[in-house]
Design a protein around this ligand. Structure first.
Ligand code: ADP
Ligand code: MG
Length: 220
């Protein structure tokens, strides 16, 4: 599902550079990534999602060589293959929770917003415990509720790859477990791969494999 080889990335105006010699994630695998903040975990997820592009090296996701795709093609790839749960949720302020869950259909080329998609949005909201908040806007939701809405949005398109950046960070311990159960159950149903950055060491035993980011990254 993911194959990274000799990847180098640097932000245009920043001093930070990331070098990943190799990373392979199999289809259906659930991989957790741990590591101190500021070391490039979010940057790696952004690279895998095609939100940013590597300067050097190769990154292939679901058979697509992301280094060879222009921005429009990467956007299309992302819409049809990737569900991304952002560290800061990245919900759209002027949309309701329900509209936020269906947001991928507003921007996603090749995605059709039909009755099935709406039904999936409702079912996910119910399973995530936010069905009663669907008419609210993000600013009226608690942090945990925003997080659940962000999780629903990442799952609604039934992506092959789920990228989660601290997806359970704002939840209490019991809810964390429940949300991760839900995420994994949906991933299993869809045969999806999960790559999740987490600081929750309690949750690590649930992953098939845990990668320490320090061992993945080559010091620059
Ligand atoms: P982590 O997720 O492990 O905390 P990040 O990938 O968010 O780390 O950030 C890694 C480094 O890149 C940090 O030093 C951060 O300040 C820097 N960085 C993140 N985004 C940008 C950006 N858009 N431009 C320049 N530097 C950035
Ligand atoms: Mg981060």
């Amino acid at each position: 599902m993911i194959a990274v080889r000799d990847l180098t990335f640097a932000y245009p105006h920043g001093g930070f550079a990331l070098n990943i010699p190799t990373l392979t994630v199999d289809a259906g695998e659930r991989v957790g990534v741990i590591g101190p903040s500021g070391t490039g975990k979010t940057t790696l997820l952004n690279l895998v999602a095609g939100l940013v592009q590597a300067n050097i090296g190769q990154i292939t996701v679901a058979g697509h060589d992301l280094s060879a795709l222009d921005e429009a093609s990467r956007r299309r790839f992302r819409a049809t293959h990737v569900g991304f749960i952002f560290q800061n949720f990245a919900l759209v302020d002027y949309l309701t929770a329900f509209e936020n869950i269906l947001y991928p259909y507003r921007v996603g080329l090749g995605l059709r917003l039909d009755a099935e998609a709406r039904d999936r949005a409702h079912a996910l909201a119910k399973a995530c415990g936010v069905a009663h908040r669907l008419k609210s806007h993000p600013q009226a939701l608690s942090g945990g509720e925003q997080q659940r809405v962000a999780i629903c949005r990442a799952l609604v398109t039934q992506p092959q790859l789920i990228l989660a950046d601290e997806a359970t960070g704002n939840l209490d311990p019991e809810t964390k477990e429940a949300i991760l159960d839900l995420l994994f159950a949906r991933a299993s149903e869809m045969g999806a791969t999960v790559l999740a950055v987490t600081h929750d060491h309690d949750l690590l035993p649930r992953f098939d494999r845990v990668i320490d980011f320090a061992t993945l990254r080559q010091p620059t």
